[in-house]
Design a protein around this ligand. Structure first.
Ligand code: 5AD
Ligand code: SF4
Length: 433
């Protein structure tokens, strides 16, 4: 039997896609890299915005069209929150987030009965399964250490799909998972969670302790990166880790969402702009180049021109290495969807354009400031004599062709449209590695 697995959305969904692939392979199903001539299609969907929803449906329909005889299964946050819409779209089996680990049972059942099924249970499942391999990216592997979020930001559907209870993987299991991935050759391990900053709240530990534990016990890990974390969860202990542990990438994705305290309050975010800026200053006092990437929502209900200008001012001040800008998207069942003073669509588009222009410019300034500096690039792919890869600051490098998976010291020559162009230092020694 052959299967194809597609995913949309965040790093957590990407990690869980790998778990799905491994689960299918354990059951003797061959997972194909091509979406054709397969018997099973799985779409791990996302519902964070209307756009993510639309893309999830589009992928599902396309797979159905390419494989009319296959059983099409929808899982993930969208399937969890609106199963009917995906069944209407042609999915034969629609499952919630807790059912992701039992896919093969549903597949067997389908081939016995050919009966469509929708099943969504409470998202309070434990998260104890480790991933063994990471096929989607060959050089970087993700480890999910936490699930669940209770923050209830007023725009967000995630807590409904993921459960409010924080569930953390125990330190030993995380350690084992990291060890296995490092032993399989992964050079960069990304630690991720639905609300990563709350890691350990249920088990009496915290993220800083976890990272310290990994670094102390996996000697041959090349580097560790943290994925998204909220302002209020970056503890002093965590900041200090960046001071002393050179295997921890000096990069954090800290979603600020807005530069206006009024809007942050209405979003139910638990920090002020001043607190965010003070955190960024602390991180940059550890390392002046510390890379901060962020998410911004444009056109949240009630966002005035003044609020928007505060966001622009924040972007100018902080010089984020990258800004992911989202147009506010009304999500069913969220408090923000009931708020008055919606920003008209054309106005959201206008603000989005202005914000992106500014964010591109300040990100370019951030990269231009690194010209002449030495960085370590993990080469991801090579094509037409050119390689690409990311450095420890999460800046994308273009360099001379090298083997994917190799680590190389480079000197940054100039910024380009999306990253930097750099030159390999000590090419011969690097090639010999
Ligand atoms: N509308 C627009 N953007 C959203 N995000 C989450 N929910 C919404 C929404 N309803 C964005 C946030 C978050 C990122 C993952 O998605 O910026 O940090
Ligand atoms: Fe999408 Fe959010 Fe669910 Fe991730 S947690 S899959 S981004 S809705």
């Amino acid at each position: 039997m052959k299967a194809y697995v597609a995913f949309l959305g965040c790093k957590v969904n990407q990690y869980e896609t790998e778990l799905i692939i491994e689960q299918l392979e354990r059951a003797g199903i061959v997972v194909s890299p091509q979406p054709i001539n397969v018997d099973v299609c799985v779409v791990n969907t996302c519902m964070v915005t209307t756009e993510a929803e639309r893309q999830s449906r589009q992928v599902l329909r396309k797979l159905k069209r390419l494989n009319p005889k296959a059983v099409v299964i929808a899982v993930g946050c969208y399937a969890h929150l609106n199963p009917k819409s995906l069944a209407d779209c042609g999915a034969d089996i629609v499952l919630g987030n807790a059912e992701k680990t039992k896919l093969t049972e549903y597949i067997n059942n389908w081939f016995e009965t050919r009966k469509p099924i929708t099943f969504v249970s409470e998202p309070d499942y434990q998260i104890d399964q480790p991933v063994k391999n990471f096929l989607a990216e060959r050089v970087r592997a993700y480890v999910k250490v936490e699930d669940g979020c209770y923050e209830f930001c007023t725009y967000c559907v995630v807590p409904i799909a993921r459960g409010r209870k924080i569930r953390s993987k125990d330190k030993e299991s995380v350690l084992q998972e990291v060890r296995n991935l490092v032993a399989s050759g992964y050079k960069e391990i990304v630690i991720t969670g639905v609300n990563l900053g709350k890691y350990g709240q249920d088990t009496g530990t915290n993220l800083a302790e976890l990272i310290e534990y990994i670094l102390n016990n996996v000697n041959d890990v090349f580097r560790i990166r943290l994925s998204s974390i909220n302002v209020q969860d970056v503890s002093n202990d965590l900041v200090n880790l960046f001071k002393y542990r050179d295997k921890l990438c000096p990069h954090l994705h800290i979603p600020v969402q807005s530069g206006s305290n009024r809007i942050l309050k209405s979003m139910n975010r638990k920090y002020t702009v001043e607190q965010a800026v003070s955190l960024f200053e602390r991180l940059r006092s550890v390392d002046p180049d510390f890379s901060i990437t962020t998410d911004i929502i444009v056109g949240f209900p009630g966002e005035t021109i003044g609020d928007f200008e505060r966001t622009l001012a924040l972007i100018s001040e902080v010089k984020f290495a990258r800004v992911h800008a989202f147009k506010y998207s009304e999500r069913p069942g969220t408090p923000a969807s009931k708020m008055p003073q919606k920003v008209p669509s054309e106005e959201k588009d206008r603000r989005m354009k202005l914000l992106k222009e500014l964010a591109d410019k300040t990100a370019m300034e951030y990269r231009a400031a690194s010209v002449g500096k030495i960085r370590t690039v993990l080469v991801e792919m090579s094509k037409n004599g050119v390689s690409h890869g990311y450095d420890e600051y999460y800046v994308r490098h273009e360099l001379v062709s090298m083997k994917p998976g190799s680590l190389t010291k480079v000197v940054i020559r100039k910024p380009n449209g999306v990253g930097v162009v750099s030159q390999v230092v000590d090419l011969e020694r690097n090639m010999a590695q």
